[in-house]
Each structure stands twice: as C-alpha cells, then as structure tokens.
Design a protein around this ligand. Sequence first.
Ligand SMILES: Cc1cc2nc3c(=O)[nH]c(=O)nc-3n(C[C@H](O)[C@H](O)[C@H](O)COP(=O)(O)OP(=O)(O)OC[C@H]3O[C@@H](n4cnc5c(N)ncnc54)[C@H](O)[C@@H]3O)c2cc1C
Length: 389
Amino acid sequence: MNQQADVIIIGGGIHGASLAYHLTRMGVRPFILERHFTASGATGRSSGLVRMHYDLEPESRLAWASFAYFRNWADVVGGDCGFTRTGFLQFVEPAYSDQLRANVAMHQQIGIPSLLITPDDVARLAPSFVTDDFEVAAYEPESGYADPSATVTSFLAAARQSGATLVQECEVTAVLSTDSRVTGVRTSKGDFHAPIVVNAAGPWARRVGEMVGLDVPVDTWRHDTLFIRRPTAVGPSHPTVIDMANSMYFRPETGGLTLVGLEDNNPIGLSPDGDAEHAAPDFVDRAVDRICRRIPQMEEGSLHSAHSGFDGITPDQRAILGAAGPEGFYLACGFSGTGFKIGPAVGACMAELIVNGRAQTVDITPFSLDRFSSGQLLKGDHAYANVWH
Ligand SMILES: Cc1cc2nc3c(=O)[nH]c(=O)nc-3n(C[C@H](O)[C@H](O)[C@H](O)COP(=O)(O)OP(=O)(O)OC[C@H]3O[C@@H](n4cnc5c(N)ncnc54)[C@H](O)[C@@H]3O)c2cc1C
C-alpha cells in the first residue's frame, strides 16, 4: 500500500468521514485511519437528532448549513443518510421562556424554519403529550433525525470514489514530526506520511493530543439511551423533542419504537474504552419515569433495549476546531454529545481551513482551542443551563 497521503485523518466517525468527503471535493487525497471500524465510536451510538435549535449562534449556523445536506442527501452526497422528517419541538421550563423566544428570533434571522407555538398548538401536533408545564415551545417543522452509521457510510463511499483511502483496524500510536512540523503517524499497520494530521478521534481525542504534547481538554461523557415499544394509543409517530423541563430528549424510531435519552447523570471522565453495551442499572427506571411524565400512555409500552455510548466533552460543552500544536496538526473534536448533526458543515469548514487557510461555510474561529487558556468559554447570548448536568 502507498502510505503517502496529502492529509491523514485519525478517526472514522462522522467528523473524519465528512472531512474526508470535503477534502476530496477540493482535489485533496486523504487517508482515514480507524482503529476499529467506521462509526464504531460515538457516531455509531448517536441518537441522530437533526435540529437547529441551539442557544449559541455559530452552532445554529453549523446545524443549518448541515441541514442542507441531510434534506437533499441523495443529490448532494449520494447514498442515503436515513433522514426522517418528524418535526422538532423544544420545551423549556417557564423560567427560560424569554431565552427561548430570543433564540427562536436568532434562528429566524439565520433563515432557519423555526417558530414559537403555544401549548395548545403542541397538543394539536402531539395529542398524547402533557402540555401544562411550559408557556411556549419552539417548533422546527423540517427537522427530525438521521441514521449516523448510514451517514458515515455514504460520506466515505463518495470520498473513496474520489481518491480517499480508508484503513480500518489501524490504530495510530504516535504522531511523527520534525522541526515542530508533523510528517505522519505511526500505527499498528506501519508508518503513514503526510504534512497534515487531523485529530478526529472523538472521546479518544485527548490521548491523540498527547501524542504531540498538546493538552486537549476533552473528557469522556457516557450517555445511556433506550428504546420503548410504543403502545398504539400514542399513535403511529410523534415529533422529535428536547424536553428540558424533564431533562430528557426523545424521538420516534422505525418499528413503532421511541428512543429516550436523559440530560442528567451522564458520567464524565470514565475510560472511553469502557462498557458501552449496557446502560447504568437505574437508567431504565429513570428514563421510563420521565417519558411517562410527558406521555402518560407510555405506561402501556414495553422496553425494547437499552445501551450506552461515549463522546468527548469540553469544559463549555462545545467543539474544538482548528489548528493547534505543531504545524500541520488540526483538531476536530470535543463535540460534547451534540456533534452528529453538525458533521456535514464542520467537515466543509475544516477542509476549507486546511486547503484555503480559512473556513467560509461558517466562521469557526470561536471554536479554537485557545479559548480555554484565555478564559473565553463559549456561551449563548440567551443561554439555557448546560445541556448535560
Ligand atoms: C449515546 C449518544 C447519543 C448521541 N446523540 C446525538 C444526537 O442525537 N444528535 C447529535 O447531533 N449528536 C449526538 N451525539 C453526539 C455525536 O454522536 C458525536 O458528537 C459525534 O458522533 C462525534 O463524532 P466523531 O467523529 O468526533 O467521534 P467518533 O464517532 O467517536 O469517531 C472517532 C473515531 O476515532 C477512532 N479512534 C480513536 N482513537 C484512534 C486512534 N488512536 N487511531 C485510529 N482511530 C482512532 C475511534 O475508534 C472512533 O471510531 C450522541 C452521542 C452519543 C454517545
């Protein structure tokens, strides 16, 4: 195998795959080195919510630019990303109603189809929902969810057709450099050479950062999810929801299932190689209790399955994007439990940064690593409490 590349990407999750795809659109031939198989990390465990509602404008812009891919996937990328439009609702406690209004106004200025609706409107959209604990909701009629593994597969298929090389079962063990400039990587399959190396290693990003002596503040975040078989009383489907009032999100899944995740009690700092097959012992009870608060008929549902996953999380729960450390070394990591939906635009931005020196799709300078040393952590103008607590 020719082990000389233009760019080496460490990690075959959504961010490695999207970056590879976008580099090939610009005539660059990347190698994607993946220690297991594609989407074996956070991406393969992702709940796949696709919505634009954030309280930080640059994140909404990344999600909106990404949405152009999700809704036209076959024409833009080819293949299938499994995007399913369900409509998206954001509920917040009454204390955050003003923030919600301001954030929807910010989304509308960007051009995102988002509107404020009343509890009565919600009851018409989703008759099984309890609607007496919020004053106003945000509604994105176009949003929904996608299939993260299928998204990676089609990004990589398109990238490989245009000159990208994927090497699986290939663990990067060291980053090679001379005179403060990266020259390649050492792996379980030998050395690979390139003047540019990108750390897209998800919850393992801190370890990869250490390979160049860089302290990348990416901890691990463990997150459980479960699937419930919906009772017929709930109806054939329902919108996708972030329900901050109940510290929960949920969405429909094919086969009459509903996926539920919780925003609280997601342990930080465990090994990213830990058990992701089993949810924590008390998770099922807590999640069933929460979903039944919002949809009482779920009492008649039955548990289908539960599992866990790890993502990388940063101190302000926002990604780290940009050049850092030795010349030629880049970071696309720390996606903090919400990074799937912004994958397409982040890959476009990182490719533009690497090839042209600046991202044009969205300004990603706010996500630079040095915000942590300068104490300029990211916070929305109309911030909610941290999503994960
Ligand atoms: C349970 C769960 C639910 C989520 N739900 C949502 C959601 O609904 N919506 C949303 O937008 N986001 C969601 N997220 C977050 C989102 O899935 C992640 O932010 C995103 O998938 C991160 O992608 P990534 O490419 O950075 O990392 P990963 O998918 O983890 O990819 C990194 C890859 O790097 C590889 N790797 C690591 N070290 C090395 C090495 N040394 N050598 C070679 N390869 C290496 C790993 O094997 C891995 O495959 C969720 C995350 C989890 C865990």
